[in-house]
Design a protein around this ligand. Structure first.
Ligand SMILES: [Zn+2]
Length: 111
C-alpha cells in the first residue's frame, strides 16, 4: 500500500492510497495477472483513535484474466483483508495510518 496525498479537510483527514503489488490473482480461477484493465476508487471511512474522521480514497485496479477457460474476462483486485466489513475498515485504516506515519518519520529525518 502506498500513500499519496494526505490532507485535512475541516474535521476530516483525507488520505489517498493505492495498492502497489505488481500482480493479483483472478477471483474466478486464481491465475495471476498483471495486465491492468482499469482503475477505480473505493472510499473507506473510519474514525481514528484521535476522534478525527478518516476518509481513505483507495485506488484499486481491475485486471484482465489471461486464462481463456476462465469465466471472468476482468476481475477487481482483492485485498486479502477485505473479508468482513469491520475487518476491511480497520485493517486498511491501520495499514494506511502506519504508511502515513512512516512517511512522516522519513520526512522528519530528511528535515
Ligand atoms: Zn480467471
Amino acid at each position: 500500500m502506498r500513500v499519496g496525498a494526505v490532507s485535512a479537510v475541516g474535521p476530516v483527514l483525507e488520505i489517498v492510497a493505492e495498492t502497489v503489488a505488481p500482480t493479483a490473482a483472478c477471483t474466478g480461477c486464481g491465475a495471476v495477472s498483471g495486465r491492468v484493465h482499469s482503475r477505480y476508487v473505493r472510499q473507506l471511512s473510519d474514525t481514528a483513535s484521535s476522534g478525527r474522521e478518516v476518509l481513505i480514497r483507495l485506488r484499486v485496479r481491475r485486471l484482465f484474466c489471461d486464462d481463456s477457460a476462465c469465466v471472468k474476462i476482468t476481475f477487481a483486485e482483492q485485498l486479502p483483508e477485505l473479508a468482513g466489513r469491520y475487518a476491511r475498515r480497520t485493517t486498511i485504516l491501520q495499514q494506511v495510518l502506519s504508511a502515513v506515519a512512516l512517511a512522516w518519520v522519513a520526512a522528519l529525518e530528511r528535515a
